[in-house]
Write a protein that binds this ligand. Structure first.
Ligand code: PLP
Ligand code: PMP
Length: 526
């Protein structure tokens, strides 16, 4: 796919690890070619006979692409369904289901791959030649990429806070994280260069990292998107030090305009597809002139997670090896999911899908706004630069000073997310009497995490749940878990707020309950 007028990727085959190099094509897949030959009587195949499958017809009632448009919905979704009707052979109105019930070649259905390629061209228009290969969601896709590129005991470059499943995968094989700090524009390119330039191979007991894992838009957990300018800088460093960029980007289409407080907030304007697409921040894939980006695309956040369907966009030298892994690990993604997605796109059209995404974006933007509204309603929110704990970026959530004093007391710092489903917070413990007590007890090795755990539990007792920031700490080995050992900022810890699923009322009530707990701890006389 996508080879016309494209740059030839540079040779990156030296990145393929020893295990992946040693993979042979599955011999069973080779013979399929002969089975299709004119006049061939195959006594060879092990395919089950399609007349013996117990499924005859599948009907799916689906929403229209504009069903989420806030101007004509009540309680979220407009009425009006259309039916995707998939039958077998002659009974089929469109797609013949039989093709999706049988074993496939491993790369996925040809038409679904064409769809993935068309989406890739419309959205990312990659400068270098690439291929799309289907996979069952980014979780498994990342596992295949680690199986392609990493050796045991390697380091992988990650954000300072990163998606835990990505790390949990490699802890058993001794892979560790090499974290790079980030600011409101995303991972620091200078920090990345410093890390790689000063890599001490014998001190670390491992070669310089060759892979960087990034959740580049609306990161899980930080909510931060890598800015356009920063992407170019990161890409240049990756060229200089020969890194492969793995872009795990499930929140890409959930990009929002800056937050405006409720009274001044304009209703979202409907955009044309061209306006919608051109407002999206360019992906690493879209600037990848060398073929060193492996992009993981997933329908989990745009259609639904139970599909277990997505695709790689990558240099053919990588998709060839990823296909070898696919043949023996997962085969084609589930046929019914492929059939559903193809039928949905036939019903909606590609522009219909972009309309769906645009409305989806508005829905999640609204949820982001509800959470930030609740912060403003229940706390004093001040720019970090003017706060009691001056810092250059973000906002600080404060409670009023004690005993009628005018000074605000800082509680947590955050950056307004321009994408995704999360607000990442840095709680500031310095003023908290209970924290100081814990810190003074000689037996406490990690007072920050001990107090964070107590605070988290106190909130849970009051029926409001946040995700502990410790879930997202980079895994650097069992001896690098305490705040001190990690070299993390003292007197603080993190929590992740998700605005993806609660209602507006639940968000407001949750933040109100949180404030009560905070008042108890932050309000106590020091
Ligand atoms: N990667 C990141 C960064 C995620 O946040 C998630 C889910 O939220 C996933 C991967 C899982 O994606 P999938 O459902 O495609 O496996
Ligand atoms: N389970 C799986 C398999 C997921 O991919 C996700 C989303 N990343 C979740 C659960 C939800 O996890 P979280 O709330 O940490 O994003």
């Amino acid at each position: 796919g996508g080879k016309h007028g494209k740059l030839q990727p540079v040779d990156l085959s030296h990145h393929i690890n020893a295990k992946s190099k040693a993979r042979h094509p599955s011999p069973l897949k080779d013979i399929i070619r002969f089975m299709g030959q004119e006049g061939m009587i195959s006594l060879a195949g092990g395919l089950p006979h399609p007349s013996l499958f117990p499924l005859e017809r599948a009907k799916f009632d689906v929403l229209s692409p504009s069903a989420l448009n806030s101007s004509h919905t009540e309680g979220g979704r407009a009425a009006g369904l259309s039916t995707l009707d998939l039958g077998r052979g002659d009974s089929s109105n469109g797609l013949d289901l039989t093709r999706f019930l049988q074993y496939g070649s491993g790369c996925g259905d040809r038409e679904v791959i064409e769809l993935a390629t068309e989406l890739t061209e419309r959205v990312h228009s990659p400068p270098a030649a690439y291929e799309c290969l289907l996979h069952p969601g980014n979780t498994n896709a990342w596992s295949k990429v680690v199986g392609l590129l990493c050796e045991d005991n390697d380091y992988v470059v990650v954000d300072e806070f990163t998606y835990p499943s990505a790390q949990a995968l490699w802890i058993p094989v001794g892979i560790r994280a090499a974290p790079v700090q980030a600011d409101a524009d995303g991972l620091s390119a200078t920090g990345l260069r410093d890390l790689l330039e000063n890599w001490d191979e014998s001190g670390r007991g491992a070669r310089r990292p060759r892979v960087i894992y990034l959740v580049s838009v609306g990161s899980n957990p930080t909510g931060i998107s890598i800015s356009n300018r920063r992407r170019k800088d990161i890409y240049d460093v990756c060229v200089q030090f020969d890194l492969i960029i793995v872009e795990d980007d499930p929140y890409y289409f959930l990009q929002y305009p800056p937050y405006t407080p409720a009274p001044d907030r304009a209703a979202p304007q409907t955009q044309t597809t061209t306006e919608f697409l051109s407002a999206l921040t360019p992906s690493f894939t879209s600037i990848d002139s060398q073929g060193r980006v492996i992009r993981l695309e997933s329908f989990s956040k745009t259609v639904f997670p139970g599909l277990r369907l997505g695709y790689f966009i990558a240099n053919p030298v990588f998709t060839e090896r990823l296909l070898r892994a696919t043949e023996v690990e997962t085969q084609d993604p589930a046929g019914l999911s492929q059939a559903f997605v193809l039928a949905l796109f036939q019903q909606w059209g590609m522009d219909g899908y972009f309309t769906w995404l645009q409305n989806l974006q508005c829905q999640y933007r609204q949820r982001r706004d509800w959470l930030l509204d609740a912060f403003h309603e229940h706390f004093a929110v001040v720019p970090a630069s003017e706060s009691p704990v001056p810092s250059s970026q973000g906002l600080v959530v404060c409670i009023p000073g004690k005993a009628g004093g005018t000074a605000l007391r800082p509680v947590f710092r955050f950056v307004e997310p321009g994408a995704g489903m999360f607000v990442w917070s840095t709680f500031l413990f310095e003023d908290v009497r209970r924290f100081q007590q814990i810190k003074q007890s000689a037996s406490q090795e990690d007072p920050e995490q001990a107090f964070a755990q107590e605070l988290w539990m106190a909130m849970a007792d009051d029926l409001v749940l946040l995700t502990p920031g410790s879930y997202y700490h980079p895994w650097q080995g069992a001896d690098m878990v305490t705040t001190k050992a990690r070299g993390a900022a003292p007197d603080s810890a993190h929590f992740r707020f998700s605005f993806a699923s609660p209602t507006e009322e639940q968000i407001h009530e949750g933040v109100r309950r949180m404030r009560k707990v905070i008042e108890r701890y932050w309000g106590a006389e020091a």
